[in-house]
Design a protein around this ligand. Structure first.
Ligand code: ATP
Length: 318
């Protein structure tokens, strides 16, 4: 389907029209997928961490990848971004991003192709300034050229442009005042913002966020959510792993559920969260962190209220 048929995905009505036409089944076809994955399997000894038959991610939407602990979400991220190799490599594993086959592509080339992921900051990055972290995020743009002295005038010009771009992004994420501080001195939420800003230095087409809200205090949560939505509204595709079901409900246009390495459900958040296969996957995994506060068992769940009312009515009769 062409962009014109899909419409402007900053418009909620256009997003709804698009997702309304997509089947709510695992591996369903999307109108204009930016990522297509086939037969990706990763085993660790006897454990099958990932066993995804087929998955498509729609361009221009926010897709959440959810599932209980150990479902294989992070391993899946690692595989498609070139940080890990599938056990099924050479045996049918295939994935393509924006029309480009990536199954034999390393992490740095994957990032250059426009698919960028965020990580927790490592200790060494904590000992660098906020600005240096941003400059490091841009290294793929300059590549080896930085080492060639005869290109120095170009390099200096390019470095200046990169610094300006970094400052612009730091301003957008309200981190400019911290540019000379060590990244390690930032709060958990500010570090998440820095990770996001750094990922944007390469102008990605799709940003992959691994638990962007983990460790973020409520004051910054709203701001992070707003930034993620703005990226989508500007035309970027977002794929994120998240345990907080309120966040998933709040910002996702589409939700993919993994359990025991497989995709077990797909659909808009409301549909997916009430899917018995999804509830089973979470309960079956004794998922004790989220169920207490997530929407699967939300206090104001109308279904739960109805059951309570029925039970009370029955008790009244007895
Ligand atoms: N390097 C590894 N060596 C051995 N087993 C691993 C390795 N990485 C992941 N696993 C196993 O693969 C399975 C999937 O793990 P993974 O971390 O991908 O799940 P997840 O859905 O991201 O979980 P969480 O939500 O807890 O982060 C788990 O059983 C895990 O123990």
């Amino acid at each position: 389907m062409s962009e014109t048929t899909i419409g402007n995905l900053a418009d909620p009505a256009a997003r709804k029209a698009l997702t309304d036409g997509v089947e709510r089944t695992p591996g369903s076809a999307k109108p204009d997928p930016i990522l297509k994955v086939d037969t990706i399997v990763r085993q660790f000894g006897g454990v099958t961490a990932v066993n995804v038959d087929h998955l498509e991610v729609q361009k221009g939407l926010i897709t959440a990848l959810i599932g209980p602990n150990g479902a294989g979400k992070t391993t899946f991220f690692n595989l498609i971004t070139g940080f890990d190799r599938p056990t099924s490599a050479g045996k049918g594993a295939h994935w393509a991003f924006d029309g480009r086959t990536l199954d034999k592509t390393g992490a740095s080339a994957v990032a250059k192709s426009g698919m960028v992921r965020t990580f927790q900051l490592t200790k060494s990055l904590n000992r660098m300034t906020v600005m240096d972290n941003m400059m490091l995020g841009a290294q793929d743009q300059t590549g080896e050229k930085l080492g060639l002295s005869w290109l120095k005038p170009t390099w200096a010009k390019q470095e200046k442009e990169i610094a300006e771009k970094a400052e612009g992004l730091l301003e957008r994420f309200k981190l400019l005042a911290k540019k000379d501080d060590y990244a390690g001195s930032l709060s958990g939420g500010q570090r998440k913002l820095l990770e996001m800003a750094r990922a944007l230095m390469t102008d990605p087409k799709m940003i992959m966020l691994d638990e962007p809200m983990a460790g973020v205090n409520p004051a910054l949560t709203q701001s992070l959510l707003g930034h993620i939505q703005s990226l989508r509204d500007e035309g970027m595709t977002v794929l994120f792993v998240e345990h907080d079901m309120h966040v998933v409900r709040h910002i996702s246009d589409w939700v993919v559920v993994m359990a025991e390495g497989q995709v077990v459900a797909e659909g808009p958040a409301d549909t997916v969260m009430s899917d018995p296969a999804v509830v089973d996957a979470y309960l079956g995994a004794h998922h004790d962190t989220d169920l207490g506060d997530d929407s699967l068992l939300e206090d104001d769940d109308p279904m739960e209220k109805q059951i309570e009312a029925e039970v009370e009515a029955e008790e009244g009769k007895a």
